[in-house]
Design a protein around this ligand. Structure first.
Ligand SMILES: Cc1cc2nc3c(=O)[nH]c(=O)nc-3n(C[C@H](O)[C@H](O)[C@H](O)COP(=O)(O)OP(=O)(O)OC[C@H]3O[C@@H](n4cnc5c(N)ncnc54)[C@H](O)[C@@H]3O)c2cc1C
Length: 305
């Protein structure tokens, strides 16, 4: 049973069902859960965690996570710190809980070009920076200038792009466990009509080739990372899986999408263990038939027990 209480003006929920806050729609209860919409509330939540020596997990829009069927012994802090503006020097300042689509709308309205390729990707800007989200050769770090983040002790840090170790689906936030708070970008001036047209083309392309965005289809995007070859080129895992007949595979309520073989979808009542078993089988056939080890792009949260 879920319960809730007040801690210094933030609401904390106990035994909160995580299936409700992720795009795959799976997940058991979290020890504690709270939503924060300001830096002050974030600090309060971090203090609550520190006083009780709780492990903390930061959540954006939940579009890239697979929670466990088991109880999650963490304090999950969901980020709702939002807002985007242009500063005097012409840099765009975005709070991390802003959705990527709101951010891209702002860029279009302000005739700033560079990120049209990211159109249609769900999730928050913070989540995108954490995993260096990308599409069509563009990555969120490309026009990023600086990131302000909070350590779990509530200390504010400011780092430049070059100090954040961005690479394919990687940033230093995957190592340091900090909360991404505000991101500063420098984009180029463009023409509104051209930006709009390119965004529409990308959305149309995605619509024809990928399953619809959640909540229409419950997925977490590409389940596996593409294969990085020694020459730096990438092999599309979706094409390999399709060739191996993966589109016919399912385990319990988890199935490979018929539209794109690197998307695993929840047909209705999937459990995390269904996804993990399906992923295990897919990894095995790719290894056996093609000789490649593939690894999850989705953040799998079943290993902390
Ligand atoms: C239909 C669909 C299509 C997709 N297409 C793409 C695509 O084309 N390219 C692509 O790269 N991804 C894609 N994704 C994956 C996903 O949308 C992105 O990874 C997105 O950037 C995740 O953002 P989020 O807010 O949902 O993160 P979440 O799922 O909430 O979190 C993901 C990780 O980021 C961490 N995190 C989130 N916010 C913060 C923060 N403020 N501070 C510190 N850590 C944080 C979390 O702890 C977690 O480990 C797709 C997903 C779906 C469902």
């Amino acid at each position: 049973m879920m319960f809730s209480f007040d801690y210094q003006n933030i609401e904390i929920k106990g035994n909160f069902k995580l299936a409700e806050v992720c795009s795959l729609g799976v997940g058991n209860g979290a020890l504690f859960f709270s939503e924060v919409d300001s830096a002050e509330k974030l600090i309060t939540a971090l203090n609550f965690a520190k006083e009780r020596a709780l492990r903390v997990f930061f959540l954006g829009e939940g579009s890239n996570v697979l929670f466990s069927d088991r109880f999650f012994p963490f304090f999950v802090i969901k980020n709702r710190i939002k807002g985007v503006s242009l500063n005097k020097e012409g840099f765009v300042e975005v709070f991390s809980g802003t959705s990527l689509s709101e951010f891209l709308n702002f860029l279009e309205d302000n005739e700033l070009t560079g990120y049209e390729e990211l159109s249609g990707i769900p999730g928050s800007v913070g989540g995108a920076v954490y995993g260096n989200a990308g599409a069509f050769g563009r990555e969120i770090n490309n026009f990023l200038s600086e990131v302000l983040s909070f350590t779990k002790d509530g200390l504010l840090k400011k780092r430049k792009r070059k100090d954040l170790k961005f690479s394919y689906r990687w940033s230093s936030f995957k190592e340091n466990g900090e909360f991404i708070y505000k991101i500063i970008f420098k984009l180029n001036k463009g023409k509104k009509e051209e930006i709009k047209k390119k965004r529409e083309e990308i959305i149309e392309y995605r619509k024809n080739r990928l399953p619809e965005n959640p909540p229409i289809v419950k997925s977490a995007g590409s389940f596996f990372k593409n294969i990085l070859l020694p020459d730096g080129k990438k092999l599309a895992v979706g094409a390999i899986l399709e060739k191996l007949g993966a589109k016919e595979m399912s385990v319990g309520g988890a199935a490979v999408s018929k539209k794109h073989a690197n998307f695993l979808i929840n047909k209705g009542n999937a459990k995390a263990k269904d996804f993990m078993e399906l992923a295990r089988r897919l990894k095995r056939i790719v290894k056996e038939k093609e000789g490649f080890e593939i690894e999850e792009e989705v953040i799998v949260l079943d290993k902390f027990f």
